[in-house]
Unconditional design. Structure first.
Length: 375
């Protein structure tokens, strides 16, 4: 009886799930495992004097946890997941607010909470729930004909950005800001409101730089270095570009790259450059194409969604995924200033993997009922 029930549920789940998106997520997770082995072995064995498989083993464990989280979220009833949005957002927001109090500082930035087994970066877990809370505000029935919903969602954004700026974490602030703009734009906001928002954002950023230069001067330094490399330390950016050039189209070969030896956080912040050096730009282009394909499938589903909440939420997820991917790639190719942005599903880091898994699970959950329309 139990076996038949499980078989029925699995059959129903498999029939409704968007298999192409699911398979694409699995490909990204397993590519992350493969490249993690190559990019972290030297760091663990030679530089930190640990077992060569130290980081790979941790990445393997977190990948297993992440895949489990993705499947679990994709399986639960959509009605239940909608009820959990607010409490989960509050929990992750509180964790983010606790970072300045109990957080661990690494290289001048306090972004992590030490949980003994691993360091949690709350913003990585918060991002999917931030999108859902924003969409929840934008689609509330009592604000249907009111513009106050945009103000409330803007206040929500500001509350998160203030906590991020204090860490400081400019990269995640820009990512969330761009995602918020795209999300409210899809909801049907007037362009004049977006223009006003940009004025407020630029004014606030300028004020921070003017009144607190000792804390936020690094933003100016990064911009100056980006536009005029001779005025600052360009070691990491130039090393990443050199690595991509050395790799060419087909790469130097597995384990033959030197970027991971020269740049301390290459396995997180410069993942695309590491891959390009060892396996070639063709592999990097293939990975970026997978992200584009996932986003295409999500947007295609949006066009067939009748529910406004799901339509806007999926648009927000696709935007977050694409923006984070191309900010990471832009930094690696010196098209954008350094931000410390990870590559979703692939870069080393437990918080990043679990955050990506939550987003993937929600995408699969919200697209599963109509996936058969596109096969």
């Amino acid at each position: 009886m139990l076996e038949n029930s499980f078989k029925y549920q699995f059959t129903n789940y498999w029939r409704c799930i968007d298999k192409k998106i699911l398979f694409s997520f699995f490909v990204l997770f397993f590519l992350g495992l493969f490249f993690s082995f190559s990019s972290t072995s030297f760091l663990a064995g030679e530089r930190l004097n640990k077992d060569y498989y130290f980081f790979f083993t941790k990445h393997l464990i977190f990948t297993f946890i992440a895949i489990s989280v993705m499947i679990l979220i994709s399986v639960i009833k959509t009605e239940i997941s909608l009820k959990l949005i607010f409490p989960l957002f509050i929990i992750t927001f509180v964790l983010l607010a606790l970072v300045p109090i109990i957080g661990t500082e690494i290289k001048g930035a306090k972004r992590w909470i030490d949980l003994y087994f691993f360091r949690l970066q709350p913003i990585e877990i918060l991002k999917p729930f931030f999108i859902l809370m924003t969409v929840k505000i934008l689609t509330l029935e009592k604000f249907k004909n009111s513009q106050i919903k945009y103000l409330l969602s803007f206040i929500l954004l500001c509350s998160v950005i203030i906590l991020l700026i204090d860490q400081p974490d400019l990269g995640q602030s820009i990512l969330l800001t761009c995602t918020w703009v795209a999300t409210v734009f899809v909801s049907g906001v007037s362009l004049i409101y977006i223009f006003i928002f940009f004025l407020i954002f630029l004014s606030s950023l300028s004020s921070l730089l003017f009144f607190f230069p000792e804390k936020f001067g690094y933003i100016i330094n990064r911009l100056v270095t980006f536009f005029d490399p001779s005025q600052g330390d360009k070691f990491q950016l130039s090393s990443a570009i050199d690595a991509i050039k050395l790799g060419g189209l087909t790469g130097q070969g597995m384990g033959e790259g030197i970027l991971k030896e020269r740049v301390p956080e290459a396995h997180t912040d410069y993942f695309i450059a590491v891959i390009s050096e060892e396996y070639g730009s063709l592999v990097s282009i293939f990975i970026l194409t997978i992200f584009l394909y996932i986003s295409f499938r999500i947007v295609k589903n949006c066009l067939n969604q009748d529910n406004k909440f799901f339509k806007i939420a999926l648009s927000g997820f696709a935007t977050l995924l694409i923006f984070q991917t191309f900010i990471h790639a832009g930094v690696n190719t010196n098209l954008l200033p350094a931000t410390g942005m990870t590559l979703p599903f692939l870069s080393y880091g437990g918080s990043s993997l679990i955050g990506s898994a939550i987003l993937a699970g929600l995408v699969l959950n919200y697209t599963r009922n109509k996936s058969y329309l596109y096969d």
